[in-house]
Design a protein around this ligand. Structure first.
Ligand SMILES: Nc1ncnc2c1ncn2[C@@H]1O[C@H](COP(=O)(O)OP(=O)(O)O)[C@@H](O)[C@H]1O
Ligand SMILES: [Mg+2]
Length: 363
């Protein structure tokens, strides 16, 4: 039996805005998401802010009802049998809330063990086991207020595991955690998966997903844009070449102009103070594109221009940018072409590809 089955999941948020005449506005957060997770698999939902990751998780863990579509956790339907689902899942949301600062880690875990109905006899052993798993054994008597962000996050994971769930949902566990603590956290998640727990993790860090996940679904604009093993996603950009351009004051209009240069496959800009780094992906060996690319930036003060091999981050940018471009042009044809192409390449690698059919539809 599959651990998680999501089938054409959709969620629309409705809100009222405006005064004195209020209008109903609808926003489609998740627009038809389909994927499966096998028992014991560590599955990643990777995507930028607002992609629909949290909304998807909240439908799977019964906190939100799907607008349409179905989801099952170990065969139990999330809408029809939420109680059975809840018994088998645990979840941890990124951020600081949900722990008692004035209490020690041990007392926090005792409190939640009681709340989750862990039998009194089993509590002590379970808590010690979990403290060990998350690397907090020896620090459990300290008050949580003195804990670092990373330690808190690991304590959250222990809390989420108290009732021995078969599936753990981790929503952006490493948000706001420093790099060293994030590495410890990744180790905890990897150890957890090694014990046989199915993990569904969301993140917007490509490197984190790559290191941890058996398979990754890249989600943007409420749709799955690519799905496969990390290697198969990387194969997306293997045929590409990346131009990195230092620039000062590139605006959105210029970036759009860059995106329209024939042969350019993806454009991203990152601000570092006054300096921006513009990353342009082109077909491999497209040295002849350097001219047109620089021409599109005419009038902008430029710094260093370098050409390099594509990285994982570029694969992610390529997938998400493909999604953006589809939204910008707003035609179903271009959406189909974009996602079709990228997903096709993913399929060329080792991974399975899903969700292509729904992507070409209705943009
Ligand atoms: N309670 C809500 N009401 C209205 N819109 C929401 C609500 N929660 C999320 N959204 C919108 O739905 C989209 C997806 O959000 P979310 O699932 O939180 O994305 P992610 O977790 O990937 O950052 C965003 O555009 C967000 O603004
Ligand atoms: Mg989120």
């Amino acid at each position: 039996m599959l651990a998680i089955e999501a089938d054409a999941l959709r969620r629309t948020y409705t809100s009222r805005t405006g005064w004195p005449k209020s209008r109903r506005t609808e926003s489609e957060a998740v627009r038809g998401v389909t994927f499966d997770v096998a028992p014991g698999e560590l599955f990643g939902l990777l995507g930028p802010n607002g992609a629909g990751k949290t909304t998807t998780i909240k439908m799977l863990n019964t906190l939100l009802l799907p607008t349409s579509g179905t989801a099952r956790v170990f065969g139990h339907d999330v809408a029809r049998d939420p109680v059975a689902v809840r018994r088998r899942i645990g979840y941890v949301f990124g951020g600081d809330r949900g722990l008692y600062d004035r209490l020690s880690a041990l007392d926090n875990l005792r409190y939640f063990a009681e709340l989750y109905g862990v039998p009194a006899r089993a509590q002590k052993r379970r808590i010690t086991e979990l403290l060990d798993l998350v690397g907090l054994l020896g620090r459990e008597k300290e008050k949580v207020e003195g804990y670092s962000r990373g330690m808190r996050q690991r304590l959250h994971i222990a809390r989420g595991l108290l009732h021995r769930p078969d599936v753990l949902f981790l929503d952006e566990p490493s948000i706001g955690v420093d790099p060293v603590a994030a590495r410890d956290l990744r180790r905890t998640v990897a150890d957890l998966a090694a014990t046989g727990t199915t993990v569904l993790l969301t993140t917007h860090y490509m490197a984190e997903a790559d290191e941890l996940c058996d398979r990754i679904a890249v989600i943007a604009g409420g749709r799955i844009r690519a799905l496969g093993t990390p290697d198969s996603l990387k194969s997306l950009v293997r045929e590409r070449d990346v131009l990195e351009i230092e620039a000062y004051g590139v605006d959105e209009e210029r970036l759009d102009r860059l995106r329209r240069v024939p042969g350019v496959r993806g454009v991203a800009a990152e601000d570092r103070g006054a300096l921006q780094t513009v990353t342009v992906q082109t077909g491999r060996g497209a040295a002849e594109l350097h001219g047109p690319v620089l021409a599109a930036l005419q009038g902008v003060r430029l710094g260093r221009v370098t050409s390099r091999e594509p990285s994982l981050e570029d694969a992610y940018i390529a997938i998400v940018e493909g999604a953006d471009a589809a939204t910008v042009t707003g035609t179903a044809t271009s959406a189909g072409t974009h996602t079709g192409t990228s997903a096709g390449t993913v399929g060329g690698g080792a991974g399975a590809v899903e969700g292509t059919a729904s992507q070409g539809a209705a943009v």
